[in-house]
Ligand binder design. Structure first.
Ligand SMILES: [Zn+2]
Length: 172
């Protein structure tokens, strides 16, 4: 692993071009430990984590810095970076099962990165629309659904807004 003193500088865009368009701080520049009062995620050792015991140990510390984490900000402001649209007759015949898959995948993703969350999951006409805080989660949900229920999957990225659009469709 290369340690670069410019790691947190503006010039560093290695593989993280999309993050630069993200108006929400990912943690860089935050004073540690930073604690999110809404979801109890915390930022320590340069990463976001969810761990109720560790949170409880830090919350009364004078060292604690109170913040709203980027995921909670995106949820509060309805700022999705991933949009998944599901459609087709098969979807509504298996709605419960499909919703469960999506929620389970969100839980698994959050265990690895607490900032990956579903903002909302709503029926809009004949579509089921899921918005996510991170692009990666949208792609992940689409792939998980495709793996479990086949159908047709399309994943596209809009560079300038760093939004990942995923559509999945399956007929009867
Ligand atoms: Zn939060």
């Amino acid at each position: 692993m290369q340690k670069d003193v410019r790691k947190f500088g503006i010039s560093d865009k290695r593989g993280r071009v999309k993050t630069s368009a993200d108006p929400y701080i990912s943690g860089e520049g935050l004073k540690e430990p930073a604690l999110c009062s809404s979801c109890k995620a915390f930022y320590r050792n340069k990463r976001w984590d969810l761990d109720p015991k560790a949170y409880a140990a830090m919350e009364n510390s004078p060292e604690a810095n109170w913040v709203t984490c980027p995921a909670c900000q995106k949820i509060a402001e309805s700022y999705p970076e991933g949009i998944v649209t599901l459609r087709g007759e098969y979807l509504w015949d298996h709605e419960e099962e499909i919703r469960n898959i999506l929620r389970n995948e969100e839980t698994k993703a959050m265990a690895k990165n607490p900032l990956e969350r579903i903002i909302r999951m709503d029926r809009e006409g004949d579509d089921l629309v899921i918005e996510t805080t991170e692009e990666k989660l949208a792609e992940h949900l689409g792939r998980a659904l495709h793996k479990a229920h086949q159908g047709e999957l399309k994943v596209s990225w809009t560079e300038e807004h760093s939004i990942c659009r995923v559509t999945w469709e399956r007929g009867a």
